[in-house]
Design a protein around this ligand. Sequence first.
Ligand SMILES: *Cc1c(COP(=O)(O)O)cnc(C)c1O
Length: 429
Amino acid sequence: MTALTDTATPTDSALAEVYHSVESEVRSYCRSWPTTMAVAQGSWLTDTDGRRYLDFFAGAGALNYGHNNPALKQPLLDYLAADHIVHSLDMATTAKTEFLETFERVILRPRALDYKVQFPGPTGANAVEAALKLARKVTGRESIINFTNAFHGMTLGALSVTGNSMKRAGAGIPLVHSTPMPYDNYFGGATEDFHWFERVLDDSGGGLNHPAAVIVETVQGEGGLNVARAEWLRALADLCHRRDILLIVDDVQMGCGRTGRFFSFEEAGIVPDIVTLSKSISGYGLPMALTLFRRDLDVWTPGEHNGTFRGHNPAFVTATKALEIYWQDQSFSEQTTAKGAHVRARLDEIASAHDGVGARGRGMAQGLKFADAARAAEVCRTAFDHGLLMETSGPSDEVVKLLPPLTTSETDLDSGLDLLAAAVAATSS
Ligand SMILES: *Cc1c(COP(=O)(O)O)cnc(C)c1O
């Protein structure tokens, strides 16, 4: 590893004028990474100047199998070349039949999950909105319990159960019918975090309306890589069960193998009532989302929740192929667990060599938390200058988050970790 040199803070001045003159100020990633990307393959992107970047971001978890994965690309090209159906609302199509049959055979049945599958609109927020709506319709109750530092998306319902105050403020109207509870370890690991919720539920003076559902991430990706312990998740599932509250696991970011198994909740041995999936479910970065729920909760009437882009057929083609390639046996999830353990060991090394730095995460969602929040952004900037893409997360953007494609080779993982180690060293005061 060569020593990192001081480089100017990137600005978005390197981007084409049209980004300044036409695209809204709301743009964000092109500010952190001010270059124009041209092509990508596997874990690497190349910009228009021919510079290569190792991707430890993976579309915020939408590219678990890498960019333009050849084994997924070919069936997609074949499907398009043969004039198969692209747009169909929720008509029956060959691509959809194959997806549903494969999802049931490869994912649901081996896990004894008797879920119905709903296709909401193609984003994570759409899946969350459908989940919240269904929970309210089933129970006839309004309020939802969410957790501190949760992230569930930007539409009003999803935002109402999201923690980040800057994002919430964007709603412009009161975000109601949700009550935040402390996530695991919020008060530093004492089990009382969780008992507080149970206590106010049981207390007729607690002031809590009986909730329709609890929505939780097993690992909070946007919230700073906060990991809920398996026993905490089991206690939460048990409480929901005892108190007749539906449990929604939002697996939009941590699902599809990010933490090892296909669903991030499998390790805890819990069975949520409702599950949301999106990001990597299409396998190819194509928009697609699913809301899964217990068969007996399927109280929708036909067309009661719909949308023009439910069921994007090209996404079904790549999703089906990804399930066939990666999920018919345990080997992919075992490799992910092994890679995650390796990444974690290297992060622990980096953390122990520097003050105010701690490693955190689960599986292949790992990161470094900095006591000095500004340093996390500096590490990401320095890493970008040396060809590594990583983003920050957490309420103060104090965590450098690593979400490499799960298909990243060990050599590439190590080169990225070398760059990260150098960036951390370069930013130590
Ligand atoms: C990204 C994300 C969402 C929102 O997905 P969009 O596709 O951006 O609407 C919801 N929940 C979690 C956990 C996410 O990571």
